[in-house]
Write a new protein. Structure first.
Length: 97
């Protein structure tokens, strides 16, 4: 079972209290009105689904109801950390640079 540290509640909670909310930090097309169907389809449906470290969003549905950014290894399920979306984005952008 996964255990997440909710940065909002300041407690470690079990996975059952959270709902998976998808891949984190997906870049929205800059002009949705003029995006092609293919570009919009890629944004809505295409995900990395890679083996290894992956950034995800989880909703703390049984407590504070806030979204948490989680960096999780998809093969070992090891969790590198849990952050607010803003804190996690700063770390994510540094890793991408």
């Amino acid at each position: 079972m996964l255990k997440f540290h909710c940065p909002h509640c300041k407690e470690v909670r079990e996975e059952e209290e959270f709902s998976y909310a998808g891949e984190a930090y997906i870049v929205r097309p800059p002009a949705p009105d003029t995006s092609s169907d293919a570009e919009w389809g890629d944004y809505v449906f295409m995900r990395k689904n890679s083996k290894g470290w992956h950034w995800e969003q989880w909703l703390h549905s049984a407590a504070c109801r806030k979204v948490v950014a989680v960096k999780r290894h998809t093969f070992t399920h090891e969790i590198a950390g849990c952050w607010t979306l803003a804190e996690g984005k700063q770390i994510y952008l540094k890793e991408q640079a």
